[in-house]
Design a protein around this ligand. Sequence first.
Ligand code: NAD
Length: 260
Amino acid sequence: MSGRLEGKVALVTGGSRGIGRAICARLAGDGAAVVVNFARKQDAAADVVAQIEAAGGRALAVGADVSDRAAVNRMVGAAVREYGRIDILVNNAGILARGTALEFDEVIFDRMMAVNVKGIVHTVQAVAPGMAARRYGRIVNISSLAGLGTAVANTTPYALTKAAVINLTKRQAFELGHDGITVNAICPGFIATEMLASLEPHDQEEQLRALASKAVLNRVGDPDDIARVVLFLASDDASFVTGQALAVDGGRMDFLTGSA
Ligand code: NAD
């Protein structure tokens, strides 16, 4: 197999399903050896590994809850033992729970902060020193359009965590740039995954139509719409791009009309 990421090693958090699964397939398809992180779904992660291997690629499933610093350190240790280093880190793991500014469950908010924000702090602290020593690294953090301020009802605590991811991305880019490491964020719009289905579970067809109408391109995204942009940011085509938060959302009406 040959491609833009030939000889590179990538770690993708939350790689067993949804957007993460598509990212694993894309990076492996362009030649990277991929460490597929999972929290609990070992079977699903093993399935992603089998799919990559069947296509001629290299992959390894490693479990770790990203909110657990010790578990993240063990995962990175296992990845480095297997492949020697990590060149590309994709922080995709995330959780979404509903809430408003007034109905704000503190326990649920703390859990979202622990996974969506601290999880990225943990992985970057574990991986970046090795990247810095080799003076090469690509880090892509998956934020959300919610982090940029789109008005999706009942997602205020989640939006806060995703806004923090954008700021964290800029701080990491600022601090790690001198070591040859780029750090960028992607802000997906609505992407058809189990997370999206959990927002409005009662009538998926109708929900998807309503969400599609919010984008200029009049469709909901596919996980691979995000994975292809991750591939770009992880490749040397994006070697002069850092500290950016790139919306990949089909062109959202609420931004274009200035209402968000
Ligand atoms: P998903 O729920 O299908 O996948 C999330 C993945 O993260 C799962 O594999 C899950 O097991 C993993 N995960 C959750 N907690 C974890 C933990 N503590 N440790 C390790 N892994 C953990 O959702 P998705 O839609 O594929 O979301 C992927 C990313 O994209 C998330 O960060 C999400 O916030 C973001 N996002 C999604 C959308 C969308 O419309 N689907 C929009 C904007 C942003």
